[in-house]
Design a protein around this ligand. Structure first.
Ligand code: PA5
Length: 439
C-alpha cells in the first residue's frame, strides 16, 4: 500500500473528467510499453523495477561503506551534477534540520563557481574529509574539475594511501575517465547500471550512498519506492501515476504549457529541483513538453503570487501537500495584542500554513489556474521513496502520452560542444575554428 493521494478535481473548468479519461487508452498503452519494454528508449527502463530488485545485501553494503566514510571523516563531499546530484540533495535536504550547524554531507561539482569551490576548500581546511565522486559518463566537466581540486587537496593533506581509503567512485561499469582512474587508484566503486539514466538514478548508489552517509534510512526509502512500484505497475483508475500523467497531458493540450510544482514546506525545495530535471529533461524535446518550474509557498506568494493569480493563463499548479509536520509550534496569546494576532493564538503554525494553502488554491483556481494536489502524510524516508517513484513512473507514462522518448536527453550536449570548442579541448579543433568566427 502506498500512502500518497492525488486529487484532480480543482481544474478551474479547463478540462473535464471526460477529457482526462480520453487519455485512458494511450496511458494504458504507455504502462504496457514500460512493462514490456516496447516503447522508445526501452533500453533505459532499469529504474522501473529498481526498488523491487534492490537486495538487502546491496543496502547493507552501501550502509557499511557509508559508515566507514562517516566514521573516518568529519565531512563527506558528494561530487556530481544533474542526475548525479539532485536526488541525494533533495532527500538530504528534506530530512535534515534546517539549522544544523554541521552537515555530514556537502555537495560540489554541481556548478563551476570559483567562489563556491574556494569557499568549500576553505571550509575543508581543518577537516578530515571523504569524497564520493559520482558520474555516470565519468567525463562530465563540472564534477571533474571539483574532483580534481578536492582529490589533490586531500592527497596533500593525508597522503595518497590514506586519501584513497576515503574516496568512493560511483560510475559506469567499464567506460569513462572516472572508471579508469578508480581502477588505476584502487578506489572503492559502485556501478550505475547502464539502463538507468541520470535523472532516474536516485535509488541506485548515486543517491543511496550520500543519503546513507548523511545518516538517513535508505532501506525505508527503497521500501517506500517499492510500495509505489507495486501500485503503479498496472493500468487502472487507482493508478495515481497514470492519473497524474493523463491530467497533465490533458491540461497541456488545453493550452497549459507550464507546470508549477508548489510546496508549502521549505524542506521540499530541492525535491522540486529534482522534479524539474526529471520532467524537463524527459519531456522537453521535439519542440514539445510542459515547462516544469517550482515555487516555495508561502514565501513565493510574496514574489510570484501576482503573476500566478493574474498573469498569462498558460499555467497549472501541482501542489505537494504534507499532512503532518514533525514538530508542534503553537502561536502564543499576547495580552496587548498590538500585532493583532490574537485571533490565531492557540493555533499551530501548521494550521495557519494549511489555511494559506487552501486559501491560495481557491484564489488560484478562481483565477483560472488548474490545481492538482498530491498529499503525503509526512516527510520521512518512506514517503519520500513513494514520492520519488510516483514521479518517475508518471514521467515515463506522461512522456509516452506526449509522443516523445522520455528516456534520452540529446539536447544537453549542445552547450557542452560549444564550451569544449571555446576551451580548445583536443579533438574539437574544427568546432573551435567555427565558433571563434561567431564571437
Ligand atoms: O540526466 C542526465 O543525463 C544529466 O543531467 C546527467 O545527470 C548529468 O549531466 C550528469 O552526468 P554524469 O552522471 O554522466 O556526470
Amino acid at each position: 500500500m502506498n500512502s500518497i493521494k492525488l486529487e484532480n478535481k480543482n481544474l478551474a473548468g479547463v478540462v473535464t473528467p471526460e477529457q482526462i479519461s480520453a487519455y485512458d487508452k494511450v496511458a494504458t498503452d504507455a504502462i504496457y510499453q514500460i512493462e514490456n519494454a516496447t516503447g522508445e528508449g526501452s533500453d533505459f527502463l532499469g529504474w522501473a523495477h529498481l526498488p523491487s530488485s534492490i537486495t538487502d545485501a546491496e543496502i547493507e553494503d552501501i550502509n557499511n561503506t557509508a559508515k566507514n566514510l562517516s566514521d573516518n571523516c568529519d565531512v563527506v563531499v558528494a561530487v556530481g551534477i544533474g542526475g548525479s546530484f539532485l536526488g541525494a540533495k533533495a532527500v538530504n535536504e528534506a530530512l535534515s534540520d534546517a539549522f544544523a550547524t554541521s552537515h555530514k554531507v556537502v555537495f560540489a561539482g554541481q556548478n563551476i563557481g570559483e567562489d563556491y569551490l574556494s569557499q568549500l576548500l576553505n571550509f575543508l581546511k581543518d577537516k578530515t574529509y571523504g569524497i564520493i565522486v559520482i558520474s555516470k559518463s565519468g567525463t562530465t566537466t563540472e564534477p571533474a574539475i571539483a574532483f580534481r581540486l578536492l582529490r589533490e587537496n586531500l592527497e596533500k593533506k593525508l597522503g595518497k594511501a590514506e586519501a584513497s581509503k576515503r574516496i568512493v567512485a560511483v560510475t559506469d561499469a567499464s567506460k569513462g575517465a572516472l572508471r579508469k582512474m578508480a581502477d588505476t587508484e584502487g578506489w572503492k566503486t559502485y556501478i550505475i547500471p547502464d539502463n538507468v539514466g541520470g535523472r532516474f538514478s536516485v535509488l541506485t548508489p548515486v543517491g543511496l550512498l550520500p543519503i546513507a552517509v548523511a545518516g538517513f534510512d535508505i532501506k525505508a526509502l527503497v521500501e517506500g519506492a517499492r510500495a509505489m512500484e507495486m501500485t503503479t505497475m498496472k493500468p487502472g483508475a487507482d493508478n495515481i501515476a497514470q492519473t497524474y500523467a493523463m491530467t497533465r497531458n490533458a491540461l497541456y493540450n488545453a493550452g497549459k504549457k507550464i507546470e508549477i510544482l508548489v510546496n508549502y514546506n521549505p524542506r521540499l525545495h530541492y525535491f522540486a529541483e529534482w522534479w524539474k530535471q526529471l520532467y524537463g529533461e524527459s519531456e522537453g524535446k521535439d519542440g514539445k513538453g510542459i515547462f516544469p518550474t517550482a515555487v516555495d509557498f508561502s514565501t513565493d506568494l510574496h514574489s510570484m503570487g501576482q503573476w500566478i493569480q493574474e498573469g498569462e493563463r498558460t499555467i497549472f499548479e501541482t501542489v505537494l501537500s504534507v499532512e503532518c509536520s514533525d514538530n508542534t509550534v503553537v502561536i502564543p496569546s499576547d495580552k496587548d495584542n498590538l500585532d493583532g494576532l490574537n485571533y490565531i493564538a492557540g493555533k499551530r503554525v501548521d494550521e495557519v500554513n494549511k489555511m494559506a494553502e487552501l486559501g491560495t488554491r481557491i484564489a488560484h483556481v478562481d483565477g483560472g489556474v488548474p490545481n492538482i494536489r498530491i498529499t503525503i502524510p509526512s516527510i520521512n524516508e518512506k514517503h519520500l521513496g513513494e514520492l520519488i517513484y510516483f514521479f518517475e513512473r508518471a514521467c515515463g507514462i506522461s512522456g509516452y502520452i506526449l509522443g516523445i522518448n522520455p528516456f534520452n536527453q540529446p539536447g544537453v550536449e549542445a552547450y557542452k560542444r560549444n564550451m569544449f570548442a571555446l576551451l580548445e579541448k583536443p579533438g574539437y579543433e574544427q568546432q573551435t575554428a567555427e565558433i571563434k568566427k561567431r564571437i
